[in-house]
Design a protein around this ligand. Sequence first.
Ligand SMILES: NC(=O)c1ccc[n+]([C@@H]2O[C@H](COP(=O)([O-])OP(=O)(O)OC[C@H]3O[C@@H](n4cnc5c(N)ncnc54)[C@H](O)[C@@H]3O)[C@@H](O)[C@H]2O)c1
Length: 273
Amino acid sequence: MSTLFDIRSRVIVVTGSTGALAGSAARHLCSQGARVAFLGRNRAKLDESISSCLSAHPEAECVGLVADVLDRRSLEDAREAIVTRWGSIHGLVNGAGGNMPGATIPPEKAFADLDFDSFRQVVDLNLHGTVLPTLVFAEELQKAPTASVVNFSSVSAPLAVSRVVGYSAAKAAVENFTRWLAVELASRTTGKVRVNAVLPGFFLGEQNRRLLTNEDGSLTARGESVIRKTPFGRFGAAEELHGTIQFLLSSASRFVTGAIVPVDGGFVAFSGV
Ligand SMILES: NC(=O)c1ccc[n+]([C@@H]2O[C@H](COP(=O)([O-])OP(=O)(O)OC[C@H]3O[C@@H](n4cnc5c(N)ncnc54)[C@H](O)[C@@H]3O)[C@@H](O)[C@H]2O)c1
């Protein structure tokens, strides 16, 4: 049997692991035999994530560590705890991120109404919240025989998505950072450390459910336009990211770096016409 996608015993750090997409990915990585450090800000939510992982996969090797992706000290403490526990780090999934209502221009408002503090906060979370964990874990990743970083982009990075001005700017910068660091580490580590990103299309989660669906589950006007622009004609399900994330973390992708991989039912490929 091929070991191409084998991630058994690889130590993988997942930020945002109490959230929908990164949490689901973290549980999947555990199910595949990886040693997974779930990072999140809230101890109670982390405990819940770890116990739901262990009840689905009793053999899973996982630990929940409190860390804020914007707080260097907490990330360094998490790094020390992981190295003490498992000895090395082979993967980092930068899953923390998302939009904030204040950084969005609602239909009745104009660009001039943009709340600049909120814009700054959403850039902080998505861009700095990707760069800072990568910075803190980079040295350990470079010590491993091979290592991989997986970032999260969005359809709003390559395409203009109405309203979400701050989030779009931040995700575009995450894509640029992904390519920049991929090139930097490719030459410095002779290809040992790779940096890529997934680009999820529209997945229903707590952040966007109210924007895309009504209380009765029917689509809002925005939800309808998303589905019209998605050739698959539906939203994504969290587990549909698992394969791409595992591919990017495993040696199946050992010549892949600087790639932004859409997992979007065709959204980015489609002109809309
Ligand atoms: N859901 C989608 O349709 C979609 C589409 C494209 C991209 N994304 C991206 O995927 C990633 C995961 O999104 P999701 O839909 O699962 O959202 P989510 O809100 O369910 O998960 C995000 C997680 O990040 C955590 N977080 C926020 N600020 C943090 C901080 N300062 N430090 C540590 N953790 C922090 C939150 O607590 C939450 O657990 C995000 O980067 C998001 O932008 C989501």
